[in-house]
Design a protein around this ligand. Structure first.
Ligand SMILES: [Zn+2]
Length: 288
């Protein structure tokens, strides 16, 4: 499933393909991908417009047109944008196409391919709630450690689940969360509000490492065809790359997670003291 690094690559690709060009033809025959709009809406809204900007936030892509209207694209599980010759007929998994002519007069065709059709295309006059509700994007905005620590103190849910909450950080999915927590040496089941400042710092470093590695792999491969080498994701039963212990599998919030019981420490909340001294207890301060 595409996560932040995949969508970042898709953004660069789509920007190179569509940025500054004028749309000559737009088409979708797929009711499910373009819901709630009828397929004909794509042609009506886009034809003749110029693409002003292609941007990304978390796992969402946004194409802004010269009249301010926009098209949002979420790749779902198997979605991808790919260039085809303008006269090339649609292949089976094609759900939409946007043809453009560049300022230099070059005709190009962007096709949205999605075999399983969990992706979305949304036409809108302004930003949609799915976009505005997203938390900071680790690449575009950086990761604010204090804000992340504050989000963790508000909940007892497993730290992995907090990391995958798109309102906490945008674009972190199962892969990046699993990898980052291994880098940080923290058990993914640890309650979010049991983490200390140094734990949060380790997670921020882990996220940066995981994102950088993923992005590098993708930059070195054909778009949409990166061959990943993960440290722990999808490797339960195999040895931990750090210490050789067998990686185990748990399910957290419905998602399979691999981790190492030997080097990833399970953080626990300090036991609350008598209620009067609770707020000032050193354990509680340490976990903030
Ligand atoms: Zn280990």
């Amino acid at each position: 499933m595409p996560e932040l690094p995949d969508v970042e690559i898709a953004k660069r690709y789509l920007d190179e393909l569509l940025g500054g060009s004028t749309i000559t033809r737009a088409e979708s025959k797929d009711q499910r991908v373009l819901r709630p709009h009828p397929p004909s809406a794509l042609a009506r809204t886009l034809a003749g417009r110029t693409v002003r900007e292609v941007s990304r936030r978390g796992k969402w892509l946004r194409v802004v047109l010269d009249d301010g209207s926009r098209i949002f694209s979420h790749l779902g599980m198997t979605g991808w944008w790919e260039e085809r010759e303008v006269d090339q007929p649609a292949e089976r998994s094609e759900r939409a196409r946007i043809d453009v002519v560049s300022p230099e007069g070059r005709a190009r065709s962007a096709r949205y391919l999605d075999s399983r059709r969990f992706g979305r295309l949304i036409l809108s006059q302004g930003d949609i709630a799915e976009w505005t509700a997203l938390g900071p994007d680790p690449l575009a905005d950086g990761i604010d450690m204090a804000a992340l620590a504050a989000a963790f103190t508000r909940t007892r849910r497993a730290v992995k689940e907090s990391l995958m909450d798109q309102s906490v950080l945008a674009g972190i999915g199962n892969i990046l969360a699993t990898e980052a927590l291994w880098h940080a040496k923290i058990d993914p089941r640890s309650p979010s509000n049991a983490l200390s400042r140094s734990d949060v710092a380790a997670i921020v470093r882990g996220l940066r490492t995981a994102i950088r590695r993923e992005l590098k792999t993708r930059e070195a491969s054909e778009p949409g065809h990166a061959h990943d080498i993960f440290s722990v994701y999808g490797r339960a039963g195999e040895p931990c790359p750090r210490d050789g212990s067998t990686l185990v599998r748990v399910v957290i919030a419905g998602r399979t997670t691999a981790f190492c019981k030997h080097c990833q420490v399970r953080k626990r909340r300090a036991k609350p003291r008598a209620s009067r001294s609770r707020a000032a207890s050193p354990e509680r301060l340490a976990s903030r």
